[in-house]
Design a protein around this ligand. Structure first.
Ligand SMILES: [Fe+2]
Length: 268
């Protein structure tokens, strides 16, 4: 073995060790935000937002279920789910996604969800949509695909996925000019949404997933280049982007812990 090879192996070992030391994929955090919104008068309304579960392995499924339990403990007025339930059709992906939904359903807290690009990229998308939709079809929960529901005087609008080309933006009614929470998986597509929405909630970016110290992101996917994490009050409509719960690619997060967002809303 040459000296160069030995040095290469040593460097790879150091990077691997560093990655494992900083890996915070299981370090689920509650991110609490008090957001002031111009088109809002339901002061104190609280939404929990979960996104990007990617329940492709048992560990990912357990993380998603744990995030669901953390959200429930906060006793929000509504739980919103921002898409990317699955990202492969490993035999356990869909059952784990359905178990995650089961945890949410047991709480009796109203719960509404949209789909993400990965839900459309798996081999058996029709089955994924059918089973998620049927599991979420109760008096107080639903998969929203370009439609709205009302929860305690607040409109929940769910836009179907943008990368998959399933989004529509003409379904808000005339009276939806305030107290409207709109979910749309890809944050950069905020430019497409109806301006009357009070707040858009998005995921998709994973906050960069593998970041430099202080959470500086190195790469984000198409649809999450401009808006990556946190609150953007000067977007076309106010926008909150979650770092999400799961992972894509290597099951690792570096300087980018997964989040359960708890958003308490009031008028600006
Ligand atoms: Fe996504």
């Amino acid at each position: 073995m040459t000296r160069r090879k030995v040095l290469g192996w040593c460097a790879a070992g150091c990077v691997g060790l560093g990655m494992s030391q900083f890996d915070n994929r299981n370090d689920l955090r509650i991110e609490r935000s008090q957001l002031k919104l111009p088109r809002w008068d339901a002061d104190g309304f609280t939404a929990a937002f979960l996104s990007d579960m990617h329940t492709d392995s048992r560990q990912q499924g357990e993380r998603a279920a744990h995030a669901a339990r953390m959200a429930i403990q906060e006793k929000p007025d509504v739980i919103l789910v921002g898409g990317d339930f699955v990202s492969s059709m490993s035999p356990m992906a869909l059952p784990l996604a359905l178990s995650f939904v089961d945890v949410l359903m047991e709480s009796k807290i109203p719960c509404y969800a949209v789909l993400g690009n990965h839900d459309y990229w798996v081999k058996e998308t029709p089955r994924v949509i059918r089973e998620l939709s049927s599991k979420l079809q109760t008096k107080r929960s639903r998969l929203l695909r370009n439609e709205t529901v009302e929860v305690s005087g607040v409109t929940i609008a769910g836009v179907d996925d943008g990368i998959a080309g399933r989004d529509r933006h003409d379904f808000l009614a005339r009276h939806h000019d305030k107290n409207t929470l709109l979910m749309f998986h890809e944050p950069d597509f905020v430019v497409r949404v109806d301006k009357r929405a009070s707040l858009m909630l998005a995921g998709h970016s994973h906050g960069g997933q593998m970041c430099l110290p202080f959470g500086i992101s190195l790469h984000t996917p198409r649809g999450a280049k401009k808006y990556i994490k946190g609150f953007y009050d000067h977007a076309k409509v106010p926008l909150y982007v979650s770092r999400g719960i799961g992972t894509v690619g290597p099951d690792r997060r570096v300087f980018c812990p997964p989040e359960v967002s708890i958003l308490t809303l009031s008028g600006a």
